[in-house]
Design a protein. Sequence first.
Length: 349
Amino acid sequence: MATMTDVARRAGVSVSTVSYVLTGTRPISEATRDRVLAAMAELDYQPNAMARGLASRKSNIVGLLLPLTGRGLGATETAFVTGATEAAREAGYHLMLCPVGAADSDELQSLATQRLLDGFLVMEVQLTDRRVELLRKLESPFVLIGRTEDGAGLACVDIDFEQTVDDAVAHLVDLGHETIAYINHSPASLASGYGPAKRTEAAFQAALERHGITGVMVPTEDTAAGGRAAIQRAREECPALTGVLVMNENAALGILAELREAGLDVPGDVSVVSMVTSEVVADLASPALTAMTSPGAVLGAAATRVLLKRLAEDDGSTYEELLPCALEVRGTSGRAKKRKTARSARAKR
């Protein structure tokens, strides 16, 4: 097997010159570079992947910026990662998971300026996201799996949260439910401008008004305990509620447990619809969750293909692709019990 020394001898240069051609750490004349590359070809010299990437100014690696919390990756987040990884692999790229959130500016700057990654996929996007501002400033190619408030000049692939919420509310309304609670992400997520939490909040209020029904939104932590506390609060604020939408699958499991312990039947007394949920979790729940199933793997793959296309074509145009979650009716939604109370035309805030 040929070595770097063999290449240097064949090309008539020093070993350090061969190294500079591979790493790009020093300028080398075009003639010398061509001579070294020709020697590599003649000797069938195979430098490691990182060296090849540095020599061509391409690493064939893209970074997925996904902040990790103490609960780690759930099944829904994993689907996004899996879809992105598979699409990258099919195109001859590798995907590196980078646990970088909106507050990690220094870490992101280090990643972007080292040029070890060809581009970035950005997840858990806030309406105003510092990572977007920084990547723009550094002129690093990136695609959002999510949307900021102003999408001009950005490439965004995201769930259509407005359509998803509207479909979920319509499902419950069609079953006769007139008072619905929405268990959203945490107060901190709403305060930080986390896109899915803010978009679904607005979409829920609009759906209530459109259908002329009553509802309440309760933010909670994305845990089973959070779900328990949230459904208790929702029932206190809306004693007549018969339908529940929930955004987080861990919270959904807590809601089911709390309703069961309160002596309520699901879906006989209260129907529950989980939004942006993986089929795995929906099927494991008891009863199996009626869910707006997340297109996570499809969106992860789509975002990766958009990024690689922009890298190949040096494309900086605005791009947006939205996919709604698909309703899959299982065991937690059913017809509402008849009540004598009149339907309220305005939603409770």
